[in-house]
Design a protein around this ligand. Sequence first.
Ligand code: MIG
Length: 799
Amino acid sequence: MILNTELEYKGNLFPSKIVFYKKHINVLYFKSENGAVLQLTIERDSVLRFRYSTTGMFDKDFSYAITIHASKGYNHLEISEDDEKYVITTSKLICHISKLDMRKSIFDVKDNSLICEDELGFHWEESYEIGGDIVKMSLKSQQGENYYGLGDKPVENNLKGKRFQNWVTDSYAYGRGTDPIYKAIPFYTAIHHDKSYGVFFDNTFRSYFDFCNERRNITSFWAQGGEMNYYFIYGPEMTEVVSNYTDLTGRPQHIPPMWALGFHQCKWSYYPESNVKEITSKFRELQIPCDAIYLDIDYMEGFRCFTWSEEYFPDPKRMVKELADDGFKTIVIIDPGIKIDNEYNVFKEGLEKDYFCKRADGPYMKGKVWPGECYFPDFTSPEVREWWSELFKELIEDIGVAGVWNDMNEPAVMDVPGKSFPDDVRHDYDGNPCSHRKAHNIYGMQMARATYHGLKKFSYPKRPFVITRAAYSGTQRYTSTWTGDNVATWDHLSIANQQAQRMCMSGFSFAGSDIGGFAEQPSGELFARWIQLGVFHPFCRVHSSGDHGEQEPWVFGKTVTDIVRKFIEIRYQLLPYLYTTFWRYADEGIPILKSLVLFDQEDPNTHFRNDEFIFGEKILVCPIIEANSKGRRMYIPRGKWYNFWDNSIVEGGEEVWVDADIDSLPIFVKEGAIIPKYPIQQYVGEKVIEQLELDVYYKLGKESSEVYEDAGDGYDYKKGRYSLRNFNQVGKENSLTIQQFKSGKFITSYNSFKINIHGLPFKIAKIEVDNEEIDISKINGVVTFEVTKEFRELYIIGK
Ligand code: MIG
């Protein structure tokens, strides 16, 4: 008779000595005497994949995170061995694998410096609770090592000393430190001795990361099932690590339509139609730029997806058209729960075709969400995704909705302790049938993916726009995201800043927070400060739960309205700059926001900074996150910076006080930058751009800048119809030269630039454009003149 009710703890098991080795092109196999196998794949010179089996057998190799477009191949691969170890050398790395116990260490090939080494290395625990192995990895933390990344964790940038869990969770009114929340992005970057590497643990089970929390000098990660399967990604620049991670897990499949980078207004909920129109008209009346208006769950008939409430929205097609005529895109919410209702087509079809998730013992997975009792499509089946994508036909093609908002896709279920499906629910997992334990973290991602494909199909030839709440690594290929149900508090303003930076650092740049806070109501001051931060986030939307009053830009009085307008106008002026930055992100995986550690990792001060960040490549922003502030202290990264407001120059490398009363914000421009600006528009496309403004910030020395433009929508840019301008600025004591190199076949609507030169240290004798002299004028110390957009060399000569 078994009386023991405690689970027996069997302790850790380890690979023993290596008794077998074989190589197949770029895949190496090492087998231990006790049957463990390490499969090491050389993905690239700087990317190694470590995959371990405790039984000698591997699962079918399948991942939702890794894109088929990931680059493969290396320049150099050499394998040697001595009595103690195998030595694998690429053009970037050297990896030692100990013959005694399979433990490994990785070095930089350039100087033989140690980058990362196993502590216990791979080990596992046979758990009777889960009826299988908990797979574990532990690494030594090097002296001065710090850690970043992990998606949406609402904590300070630097993760050292903390422990986290990855399990996608609906987290209404989460707070600082709440863990886990909506996303599972098991990727971190590390830095020590000026060198950075990253770890992507591609395991979708509930997983954990411990950064020197449990043990002072040990970083470990483990998962409650699946394989120990991770990618080691080397830099040495942290931006390269992030960019290599997005090479593996993908980048946005296209640039968003430019309007999606405008300002969005949302609330739970705007209805009926007259209310929607009231809101949109008010934006136009008050001349506050806005491109998108959202319909939350109340637009539907009894929360049935793909239906419209006849009472509130009797003629959606007409309404959407009228909104579009006024420059507004309509975006509607779609949740995963399908109401159990035999009169409802989507439900009937899903049932007939057997598309809903089932419990392990047979019946459908039934859960309560907004529509009441629901079944949930199994988005991990390709056939279901295809069906789902077709459901968008009417909404997009016929009614004219421009974007879809996927919510509750953790999946969230009401009135149950785990707030989600039970573990036993079955999933197809693209032909690798499994339980919810494995599919939970990617469920929302697969829903967003199916939604994206629907929109892509039916928006054609326009670009789709999708936003999702739940995500796993790789979701950035399909959609944008927001940080979920935050709260209208000052601390949440700071959390929003951290989360946006962290998402960018984690390869998912198209992110933003509910500006002003979702739960509770902000003061006018908090709202203004949040807008000031939000306009510098890749995704910029005001949203609130609506049960604590209004949250439109004008409800806090005239002063706040004016501040909000002023900052949204700055965003619209900077659209070509943001668009260029987005293009770089989509093309090369360069994060749109850069925490200071990403910007200048060699300056150890940056390893501990939280508030300041770089917007794009050249603009330094630091939000005001306390009430009653007239300014704040902030760290200015090394180099010279122009104060955006008055052109005064500060020398970085230290903390300084910066004035920023309620209508201002610390913003600085890197010297040498050329910042492109559009005129203020009430929405993207309101005006034909007749001139591009270029703000040139003089630098003694060289600096280059880029301006990327295309039609702002559609796919012609993929066929070369884009315009990429490369500007090289060379400043000398008595002259300034700007050279332009242009590529791409897109012809911009404007013919000239308006050039504003800031900070010129000499008096101008003459200006030559491609060797012809031109006239100049001077406004407030800023030298302003016009030149043709075709110029190749601009030469400013001092007296
Ligand atoms: O249970 O659709 O995070 O943005 O407004 C709440 C209503 C469901 C949660 C989302 C929020 C949205 C709300 N949703």
